[in-house]
Design a protein around this ligand. Structure first.
Ligand SMILES: C[S@@+](CC[C@H](N)C(=O)[O-])C[C@H]1O[C@@H](n2cnc3c(N)ncnc32)[C@H](O)[C@@H]1O
Length: 170
C-alpha cells in the first residue's frame, strides 16, 4: 500500500509522455518503485527525493543491482528542493501518513502532525505555481491539496486501488 502499483506507474509514465531528455521528479520516492518502473518503461531520467535515508539506500541498491543509470536519489525534504529543473512531477499522496493514524504510517522514525501535512501541501502548491508552462504533473490518490489556477486536467483513470490524474501547466 505504500508504493505505487506497477501498472499505475507504467500508465503515469505513458500519460505524462515521459521521453528521452526529460527529467521526472518523484516527490517522496520511498524505496524507488516509481522511478525504477519509470526507468524500465521509458528513456526519461528519474530523480527521487525522499526523507527516509534507509529507503533511499534500498532505492540505490536496486538501481545498482539492475544497472539503472536513469535513476538518481537524494535524501531530503521535498520542500527544500528546486523543482524548476524538472519537466514532469509525480506524487503518490506523500503526506497522507501525517494525518490518518498508525495504519498508514510507514514507520516511527519521523513525527506526525496535521500542521506538518498542511505546511507540506502549501509548499507543493507554491512549487506547482512556479513550474514552467507545459510541465505535466501526475498524482495517485492526489497530494492532499487542490491544483492551483493555470493547471488543466488531461486525464483521470481509476485503478482498482485508486485514482490516477495527470495535469498540465498552461
Ligand atoms: C506513499 S509513499 C510513495 C513512494 C513512491 N513515490 C512510490 O510511489 O512508490 C510516500 C513517500 O513520501 C515520503 N515523504 C513524505 N513527506 C516527505 C517530504 N516532506 N520530503 C521527502 N519525502 C517525503 C515518505 O517518506 C514516503 O516514502
Amino acid at each position: 500500500m505504500f508504493w505505487t502499483p506497477v501498472e499505475v506507474a507504467q500508465r503515469a509514465v505513458q500519460l505524462m509522455e515521459c521521453s528521452e531528455g526529460q527529467r521526472v521528479l518523484d516527490v517522496g520516492s520511498g524505496c524507488g518503485k516509481f522511478c525504477t518502473v519509470g526507468a524500465l518503461s521509458s528513456d526519461a531520467e528519474f530523480f527521487g527525493i525522499e526523507q527516509r535515508p534507509d529507503l533511499v539506500e534500498v532505492a540505490r541498491a536496486i538501481a545498482r543491482e539492475h544497472k539503472l543509470s536513469q535513476t538518481q536519489y537524494s535524501v531530503g525534504d521535498m520542500s527544500d528542493l528546486d523543482w524548476s529543473e524538472f519537466d514532469r512531477i509525480y506524487l503518490y499522496n506523500p503526506f497522507h501518513e501525517q494525518t490518518s493514524g498508525p495504519w498508514v504510517q510507514i514507520d516511527d522514525t519521523i513525527s506526525y502532525s496535521r500542521d506538518t501535512q498542511s505546511t507540506y501541501v502549501q509548499s507543493v502548491v507554491e512549487k506547482l505555481n512556479s513550474l514552467a508552462a507545459g510541465t505535466r504533473v501526475a498524482t495517485y490518490f492526489g497530494f492532499g491539496g487542490t491544483f492551483p489556477t493555470g493547471y488543466t486536467k488531461l486525464a483521470y483513470e481509476h485503478f482498482e486501488q485508486g485514482p490516477l490524474e495527470v495535469w498540465r501547466k498552461s
